[in-house]
Ligand binder design. Structure first.
Ligand code: GAR
Length: 207
């Protein structure tokens, strides 16, 4: 059983998709061992507890500086002894020490087709605002391994989603979640848990 820990910042619809997929049996060989949020009040913690998953919060605001928070974050994650860390809308930069310790064992969902609309400053609704501003006709979502760069790690899976003429950022965000994110992220976890993919020379290949 792959021990999976999920890190979140917001509403946790991706977390819910993972919980539902594990409960439905479409994701196998996975135990959800913990959920960590950098935000005390979020719905995600409630989603986790409703599913019987231990849930904790750890906010940078409670630490004197970022280095102390980073140390505490890594220590807290270590306590759960995860085999895989899933960033499901976790909007905090992952400390380099954690990237190294969990090399090729951290994955992230990003709401665009990387390398478009990603990197510093591109998160959540902002990604969709930028896509609409640019007038792209197709957008989507990407699941990738996390390395030292921002949204630069090996790509596991991508799915395209059409942009409609009267889309608002909120409408587009919802469509990208429904048609791409909630499908791609559980599938990537299932592929890893069932040993179907490997990273070779910075690229993800099917076994
Ligand atoms: C999702 O759209 C996810 O792709 C995005 O935050 C949202 C979280 O929603 N992540 C990023 O932008 C990471 N750069 P959720 O809390 O409902 O899952």
């Amino acid at each position: 059983m792959l021990r999976v820990m999920v890190l979140v910042s917001g509403g946790g619809t991706n977390l819910q998709a993972i919980i539902d997929a594990v409960e439905a049996g479409s994701v196998t060989n996975v135990k959800l061992v913990g959920v960590l949020s950098n935000n005390k009040t979020v719905k995600s913690l409630e989603r986790a507890r409703n599913a019987g998953i231990p849930a904790v919060s750890l906010s940078p605001k409670d630490f004197a500086d970022r280095a102390s928070f980073n140390d505490a974050l890594l220590a807290k994650v270590d306590e759960f002894e995860p085999d895989l860390i899933v960033l499901a809308g976790f909007l905090v930069a992952i400390p380099e020490a954690m990237v190294h310790k969990y090399s090729n064992r951290i994955i992230n969902i990003h709401p665009s087709l990387i390398p478009s609309f990603c990197g510093v400053g591109y998160y959540g609704l902002k990604v969709h605002e930028k896509a609409l501003e640019r007038g792209v006709k197709v957008t989507g979502a990407t699941v990738h391994f996390v390395n030292e760069g921002m949204d630069e790690g090996p790509i596991i899976a991508q799915k395209a989603v059409a942009v409609e003429e009267d889309d608002t950022a909120e409408v587009l965000q919802r469509r990208v979640m429904e048609q791409a994110e909630w499908i791609l992220l559980p599938k990537a976890i299932d592929d890893i848990a069932n040993d179907r993919i490997q990273v070779v020379d910075g690229k993800v290949l099917k076994k």
